[in-house]
Design a protein around this ligand. Structure first.
Ligand code: GUN
Length: 295
């Protein structure tokens, strides 16, 4: 039996938020700048509402400015593109985040491509995606960057490790693979159509689960001693009629097998928001040619 360590994402996120807050205070004192984040929510998807509210609260708590823009669920693409153009042109806005998913009548690619890449704090614009893969100075997507910070904190150097990412989304899986490659890992990117997911997962020294399927990854999928990062946030009906949050990994089964694992909740989730604040501060510095603080 391996003793499984818990990776405390809550504590790591708190520390990162404190570093961002200190950097924001210095920016204000030295340059009279308060970085601003604009979040755009179309419609009223309940989990998107929770995310956007959480983001706004954390942004203000770190001493950054936060503005929320809401459009009705029936809003057209042209209306959203007009709002994005206004935010691109607004000097008080350093970061623009359009919450996904968008309603079916709006093409998310058209919207993402309309965002000024310098203000693209999600790192979803093709210019940032390209720079991430080619090793340039990109805005990096928040959730995978948060995972990377937790991995570095747990393992130190990742060089030479076998890393497997389960899930190929643009938000997590693909950028996670790019980041692990840049850290000198051998990287596998597997997904729902992969022929033998358990066998692929078992190769991994570093296993990142980002498929959105509750408890898909069983104990037997994990190489003994592996570091497991669980990006999943899934609601399952609980015994008492209330729902309970579970990840993409069967957490109890991973105990005694994984070397270290992130819990759900309290693992990756808090890091995502902290990294968004980090990106907003970095965007504010880069846009003005100010040296960016190490965060
Ligand atoms: N929906 C789920 N995760 C994200 C995210 O990181 N950014 C945006 N904009 N939408 C999301």
């Amino acid at each position: 039996m391996v003793e499984t360590r818990l990776i405390d994402g809550k504590a790591a996120a708190q520390a990162l938020r404190a570093r961002v807050a200190a950097a924001a205070a210095a920016l204000k004192a030295q340059h009279a700048i308060v970085p601003g984040l604009a979040a755009v929510l179309v419609g009223a998807d309940p989990s998107s509402e929770i995310y956007v509210r959480g983001k706004a609260k954390a942004t203000r708590a770190a001493g950054l400015d936060s503005v929320e823009h809401r459009l009705p669920a029936a809003a057209g693409e042209a209306e959203l593109l007009r709002l994005v153009a206004a935010l691109n042109a607004d000097p008080a806005v350093d970061g623009i985040l359009v919450q996904l998913p968008l309603p079916a009548q709006i093409d998310p690619h058209r919207v993402i491509e309309a965002i000024d890449p310098a203000k693209d704090v999600d790192g979803f614009h093709p210019q940032n995606v390209g720079r991430l893969w080619s090793g340039g100075r990109a805005m990096v997507p928040c959730t995978p960057y948060g995972c990377l910070m937790l991995l570095r904190q747990t393992l130190g150097s990742l060089t030479g490790a076998e890393a497997v990412v389960l899930g190929r989304s643009n938000i997590v899986g693909k950028p996670m693979a790019a980041l692990l490659l840049a850290e000198n890992c051998s990287v596998g990117l597997a997904h729902s159509k992969s022929r033998d997911l358990p066998a692929i997962a078992r190769r991994a020294d570093i296993l990142v689960a980002a498929v959105g399927r509750p408890e898909l990854v069983r104990g037997g999928w994990i190489k003994p001693g592996a570091t497991v990062i669980d990006v999943g946030v899934n609601r399952l009906p609980g015994a008492d009629g209330k729902s309970r949050l579970v990840g993409d990994v069967a957490f109890a089964e991973a105990q005694g097998v994984a070397g270290a694992i992130t819990p759900v909740p309290g693992g990756v989730g808090p890091m995502t928001i902290a990294c968004l604040l980090r990106n907003t501060l970095i965007a504010a510095c880069r846009r003005r040619g100010i040296a960016e603080p190490a965060l």
